[in-house]
Design a protein. Structure first.
Length: 459
């Protein structure tokens, strides 16, 4: 029987000591910095502010509990991808985007180093990222992707043909792959729990069960009181639409996952995957997967991408049809897993700006700052964003504060019903494009996918 929801598989299998619920806010309060959101972005920001300025009074307000959102539900990819890099190259030049990419490469190591320093055991294994092509059109895109990454300084990236790919991981129909060492598998919940505990050891005040209903200059409003501070930082990612006036700021995109039962040694002997790389593909409706520390496969994809009116789920449940689709995807990659028990299924939301560009900003005249719009690449990006927010708040002019994503502005999403209709149509187009490319074996991307990319703003 598949456990559907319960926040995520990571919660169901977490073996670390349970964290008692943190007290909610009970009255008006003051701080030097108030952070809205107890996920990776908010907690990393609090951590770096307190390590850089120990006397700073930092308060984190979280609507449920730390890691309730994407930070406790994601695919466990700590890697160097960042949403919007190519767009930033267009706007600010190649060298500016190259500096952003180098910062992301370094961020993977930064997270691993801090986890070791703070003794956070998060099942981290640095096996890199393997992007796989399984059709001629995907292979064409993979070659272009590989070349582009080399152009952004990844001289340690490797390209593998079909036999070399399948020697590494026995993926059915694999025709090529691109591997980078700048990635690691993690247990996302263990990371967020350890980070929250590290923040509290530094003196950060965390209030859980405290939903913020409005963010305004120098104050965060909750049902239980208002926290006033010179700086109010919005770190709410996929839940931003719930805030007053933010309904169309970032789209809460749904992503769903399943996890298998632990696989026996003989199955792993046939699959390979001894490097424990995280795996993605070059499909338009792409997938992502990891080999977990307890030898399961956790695999995800978009499922039902968006709920009308920017609604979000409450307990991580996903649709039965999505479980079926992800199970079919799993067995198309690994046919020998047909009939394998699927023990868990869950979903969560991630923040998507209208131009698909992650950003971090601070307006010193109002004290309002924000970071997010990671489009599914937030595990590492949140750390870079947090260090950048720290430097902006503390007025430290650093290499980070001059990166091209700082203070980037983007237009809002369309109102309903156009937002819902557009997203549904786009992902139907991507799925159909994948079907056509698999059926025809042509080496070029379908015109349908090109059109969808132009309309969506992805490229």
């Amino acid at each position: 029987m598949t456990i559907n929801g319960g926040i995520s598989f990571w919660y169901a299998t977490d073996t670390t000591a349970p964290q008692p619920a943190r007290a909610p806010l009970t009255r008006d309060a003051t701080a030097d910095v108030v952070i809205v959101g107890g996920g990776y972005t908010g907690l990393w920001t609090a951590y770096y502010l307190k390590t850089s300025a120990p006397d700073l009074r930092v308060t984190v307000l979280e609507q449920k509990f730390c890691g309730y959102g994407a930070s406790g539900r994601n695919g466990g990819w700590l890697y160097n991808g960042i949403a919007g890099r190519d767009r930033y190259a267009e706007l600010h030049g190649h060298q500016a985007a190259l500096r952003l990419q180098h910062a992301m490469n370094d961020t993977v190591t930064e997270v691993i180093d801090v986890a070791a320093k703070e003794r956070i055991e998060a099942d981290i294994h640095r096996g890199g990222v393997l992007e796989v092509a399984r059709s001629p059109a995907q292979l064409t895109r993979l070659r272009a992707f590989h070349t582009a990454e080399l152009g952004f300084g990844e001289t340690d990236r490797e390209f593998h043909d079909a036999p070399a790919t399948r020697a590494r991981v026995d993926i059915a129909d694999a025709v090529g792959s691109s591997w980078t060492p700048h990635g690691a598998r993690i247990h996302p919940l263990k990371l967020v729990k350890g980070l929250a505990a590290a923040c509290e050891r530094l003196g950060v005040v965390i209030h859980e069960s405290t939903p913020v209903t409005e963010i305004a200059p120098r104050r965060a409003v909750t049902p239980y009181g208002t926290v006033r501070a010179p700086f109010v930082l919005r770190c709410t990612e996929g839940f931003t639409a719930a805030l007053k006036g933010q309904k169309r700021t970032w789209l809460p995109m749904n992503s769903s996952m399943i996890a298998t039962a632990p696989l026996p040694a003989e199955v792993w002997a046939s699959l390979g995957w001894s490097g424990r790389e995280v795996i993605g593909d070059m499909a338009h409706a792409y997938m992502y997967a990891q080999r977990t520390a307890d030898d399961r496969i956790a695999i995800g994809g978009r499922g039902v991408p968006y709920r009308y009116g920017s609604r979000t789920d409450h307990d991580g449940r996903t649709q039965p049809a999505t479980i079926t689709a992800l199970t079919s995807l799993l067995t198309s990659f690994f046919p020998q897993l047909t009939g394998t028990e699927i023990t868990h299924a869950w979903s969560g939301v991630l923040g998507v700006p209208r131009d698909w560009c992650a950003t971090v900003s601070l307006d010193r005249t109002t004290g309002l700052g924000l970071a997010g719009g990671y489009v599914g690449s937030g595990v590492a990006t949140a750390n870079l964003a947090a260090r950048t927010l720290r430097d902006l708040v503390l007025e430290n002019l650093t290499d980070l504060t001059s990166l091209p994503w700082v203070n980037h502005r983007v237009r809002r999403w369309e109102p309903e019903p156009f937002r819902w209709l557009g997203v549904q149509a786009l992902y139907a187009a991507y799925r159909e494009a994948d079907r056509q490319e698999t059926a025809t074996h042509r080496p070029t991307t379908t015109p349908l996918a090109h059109l969808a990319n132009r309309i969506s703003g992805r490229h």
